[in-house]
Write a protein that binds this ligand. Sequence first.
Ligand code: RB5
Length: 143
Amino acid sequence: MKIAIGNDHGGVQLKQALKTHLIAKGYEVLDLGTNSVASTDYPIYGQKVSEAVINQAADLGIALCGTGIGISIACNKVKGIRAALCHDVFSAQATREHNDSNVLCMGARVIGDGLACMIVDTWLDAIYQGGRYAQRVALLEKG
Ligand code: RB5
């Protein structure tokens, strides 16, 4: 499975930790930047990650900024993206099972590397449940 990952300057260090973690677990990682701590704009990277998922350059995406909020808003501007901002494992599991989220967003200034890795593992391992959740997900796409 290929995971697209992108971030602004606030997420560089967490991105490196997540990349190491994901590669060790056998995932392919598509790093869409930034890899610089110079100030940049989170919408650029939210869009890159989202487009990689929509264009099927990656199966799922992870997007990071300082809070995770800005980049999650940016990701959700892209049609077909269901980006979920998660800072706990319950939400990470629920959003895959219920929302079929295709991008996971986190804030590097909010949580540590260890929790972020657990959240990623939980999100990737969870399975969309479909059924009654499918009609709600379909309504999201109607806009
Ligand atoms: C950048 O300083 C910061 O605003 C950004 O990383 C993010 O937290 C925005 O939501």
